[in-house]
Write a protein that binds this ligand. Structure first.
Ligand SMILES: NC(=O)c1ccc[n+]([C@@H]2O[C@H](COP(=O)([O-])OP(=O)(O)OC[C@H]3O[C@@H](n4cnc5c(N)ncnc54)[C@H](OP(=O)(O)O)[C@@H]3O)[C@@H](O)[C@H]2O)c1
Length: 229
């Protein structure tokens, strides 16, 4: 029996690495729900991706009704089998120079919103016996790599890594939940001097989003290799 056609929800799909991930998943035959901050941006990018991709407005800065909105998307478009938590903000500020507002926004968009989407969609994946969840993290959120970037960003990505481990344990092996560091990528966040193209940065997240049944879960990967938390 061939696998059923899978549906993937990608946040922040309107530009950067998210756009490259959404495009690559559509090219691999998945049905893509391209989420962006506004419905207009989401619909525009879905049209560019083509291959029956659809757009969905999901503003992650207000996670209060995100679970309801994610379940409504599943109701409208069918079961969501793959969730790529890609969208994030990178706000300036080192150590205690970071404002509480920057810390709050970073944790909200980069950690709590992904948690809400996993909470909404993960149990359905577990019940159907198949799911893939990819959390776009960063070496700047790794204790092992010394938190090289702005403080609020590092805290939010370290917390996202913790969410990854907890969700993997809660959802069981048929649902693969992994974190990915895409490397240093030429996007608005990464800047023009970065070493990788968005498509190259999308490689590890796309690999994790399409893992075979014997693939890993609960890990942190860069260049398709396990790295330390
Ligand atoms: N670029 C790198 O070198 C690098 C390195 C390590 C990790 N990463 C991670 O890779 C992922 C993608 O990064 P990127 O470089 O592609 O970033 P980017 O070019 O800055 O794009 C960020 C995306 O997140 C969306 N977003 C931000 N706040 C949002 C909100 N409140 N609601 C909905 N969407 C929101 C943006 O939407 P708008 O267009 O509406 O702002 C945009 O689509 C992020 O998780 C990032 O932390 C990137």
């Amino acid at each position: 029996m061939t696998d059923p056609r899978r549906t993937a929800l990608v946040t922040g799909a309107n530009r950067g690495i998210g756009r490259a991930i959404a495009t690559a998943l559509a090219e691999r035959g998945l049905r893509v729900i391209a989420a962006a901050r506004t419905a207009a941006a989401a619909e525009a990018i879905a049209e560019t991706i083509g291959r029956d991709a659809v757009g969905a407005g999901l503003d992650l800065a207000d996670p209060a009704d995100l679970e309801t909105r994610a379940l409504a998307l599943a109701e409208a478009h069918g079961p969501i089998d793959v969730l790529v938590n890609n969208a994030a903000v990178l706000l300036p500020g080192d150590g205690l120079g970071t404002t509480v507002a920057a810390m709050t926004e970073s944790l909200t968009v980069n950690t709590i919103a992904p948690f809400a989407l996993i909470r909404a969609l993960g149990p359905g994946m577990r019940a159907r016996g198949w799911g893939r969840i990819v959390n776009l993290s960063s070496g700047w959120g790794a204790f092992e790599e010394g938190f090289g970037g702005p403080a609020a960003y590092g805290v939010s990505k370290a917390a996202l890594n913790a969410v990854t481990v907890q969700a993997a344990a809660a959802l069981g092996r048929p649902v693969k939940v992994n974190a990915a560091c895409p490397g240093w990528v030429r996007t608005r966040m990464g800047g023009e001097g970065a070493t990788l193209s968005p498509a190259e940065g999308a490689d590890t997240p796309v690999w994790l989003a399409t893992l075979p049944d014997d693939g890993p879960t609960g890990g942190f990967f860069r260049d398709r290799r396990l790295i330390g938390w």
